[in-house]
Design a protein around this ligand. Structure first.
Ligand SMILES: [Zn+2]
Length: 460
């Protein structure tokens, strides 16, 4: 597939040689997929070294770190003229494990079958690393080496340990080398370019995310021999509490990001009742918002962006089949909307459960981060880049229900945006962390152009 791309009127920048760039991006991605970086243990250092030597060969400044044996961090930088603050493009080198028996190909062979490249990490997140790497190489060759300038430094970061704790990843870099990665804007994973009905429909740019917390619900009761049933049985008490929680839903809350998301998406959405519901949710009329939310709420992923979400995840209680335990606990994973208090959610749950022998406690709290500004030059650059590639594509700001490294950056004062730049349909997107993960070759090319176009624009 050939893709239209409007020329960039950047300083000295002509359109890159996309035929050569397409092949080069593919080869880098294949090389990185073939390095097994399943975390744990990670072993990301091999990919960091590969990136280091690739950048060095191109004459780009690099900083290679080994935060702990076998783990790697790589920072590369192309200098601008300093008139604007740097922009950071980032990706993680580790991948999640595979259920080998469920794959139709070797997950680490980077095999091309039909119009797809298969392999663990193809879309999460080595594809983005490859697109970011190619963006750096093209900026160097196409702008700097031709005597052009950039208005800002462009910083490339490849980090480890995103799929586990992050202890050896972005958190480590922020703690140990903040001076190397401080930037005004960052481009990370976390968004999507969605194909619906075979057509590229929208680019969702994540500018904020839900905040994850862990909450336990513990019911207490008298212990004893199971031969004498006790009405205060802790397990049954917990069951009654959970039944009330399962019937309860947090109120609908529309923030600036979700209002804009549904307003813009509603303009192109294919089904009529959902299109109307999106317009309702984006309105400022409370009754219309409730009506729209009822319809959109039938779709779990839409419902999850409209309210604080409560998922039960673990049950514990009892030690033997003939002993009544004195307590039983359920673990809830609660995701609050940005700016919402977890203590407020817990206070409402206590009212709903209304039982003095049931304790509800927060055992771990996520960090709330300010949203990145979707009226910023970075967002505009992504939007222009998308439009140049496909004039029918709309770009929407997006609240993700999952947590990303971008939250750390936002707390630290960087306006981070999440962009998985490869057009994917629902099926291909669901292969992320699943079996037969793959990237359409045309989407790899599109995504590389999208990232390059966005970075070249924001740094011109
Ligand atoms: Zn990822």
């Amino acid at each position: 597939m050939t893709l239209a791309s409007a020329p960039l009127s950047s300083t000295a920048a002509q359109e890159p040689d996309w035929g050569a760039a397409r092949q080069e991006t593919l080869e880098h991605l294949q090389a990185m997929i073939r390095m097994n970086t399943v975390n744990p243990p990670g072993n990301e250092l091999q990919v960091a070294r590969y990136l280091d030597s690739t950048f060095k060969a191109a004459g780009i400044e690099t900083h290679l770190f080994e935060p702990t044996p076998g783990r790697g961090a790589l920072v590369a930088r192309i200098k601008g003229n300093g008139s604007k603050q740097p922009v950071l493009i980032m990706g993680h080198m580790d991948v999640v494990g595979v259920e080998r028996a469920h794959w139709s190909v070797d997950p680490f062979a980077a095999e091309i079958k039909g119009d797809y490249l298969y392999g663990r990490g193809a879309i999460d997140d080595k594809g983005m690393l490859a697109a970011n790497l190619e963006t750096m190489l093209l900026l160097k060759r196409n702008v700097i080496d031709k005597g052009g300038t950039l208005s800002r430094d462009v910083i490339f970061v490849a980090n480890a340990d995103e799929e586990q704790s992050g202890e050896w990843g972005m958190g480590w870099l922020i703690t140990h080398h903040p001076e190397l990665i401080k930037a005004e804007f960052a481009l990370n994973e976390g968004g999507r370019v969605r194909i619906v009905g075979g057509k590229r429909l929208y680019v969702a740019v994540q500018n904020t995310e839900k905040v994850p917390h862990t909450v336990t619900v513990t019911a207490h009761g008298p212990g004893g021999h199971a031969s004498v049933p006790l009405p205060g049985n802790a397990i049954l008490r917990l069951g009654r509490a959970l039944a009330k929680i399962s019937d309860y839903r947090e109120p609908v809350q529309v923030n600036a990001t979700t209002r804009e998301f549904f307003a813009r998406l509603g303009a192109v959405w294919p089904t009529r009742d959902e299109r109307a519901a999106m317009a309702d949710v984006a309105s400022s009329d409370p009754r219309r918002i409730q009506r729209g939310a009822r319809i959109l709420g039938r779709t779990a992923v839409f419902d999850a962006v409209l309210r604080n979400g409560i998922s039960a995840t673990i049950l514990q209680g009892g030690i033997r089949s003939n002993v009544i335990p004195t307590d039983a606990t359920a673990t809830l994973n609660i995701r609050t909307l940005p700016g919402q208090s977890i203590d407020g959610v817990v206070a409402r749950l206590k009212k709903v459960v209304n039982d003095s022998l049931v304790d509800i406690a927060v055992t771990s709290r996520g960090t709330d981060a300010p949203a990145s500004d979707f009226a910023s030059p970075m967002f505009a650059a992504i939007q222009e880049s998308a439009r140049a590639l496909d004039p029918s594509l709309i770009t929407v700001p997006y609240l993700s229900t999952g947590a990303t490294d971008s939250a750390r950056l936002r707390v630290w004062g960087i306006q981070a945006f999440g962009l998985l730049p490869f057009p994917l349909n629902q099926d291909d997107e669901e292969r992320m962390h699943g079996n037969d993960e793959r990237i359409p070759l045309a989407s790899l090319e599109f995504g590389t152009k999208l990232v390059y176009g966005a970075v070249a624009r924001v740094a011109r």
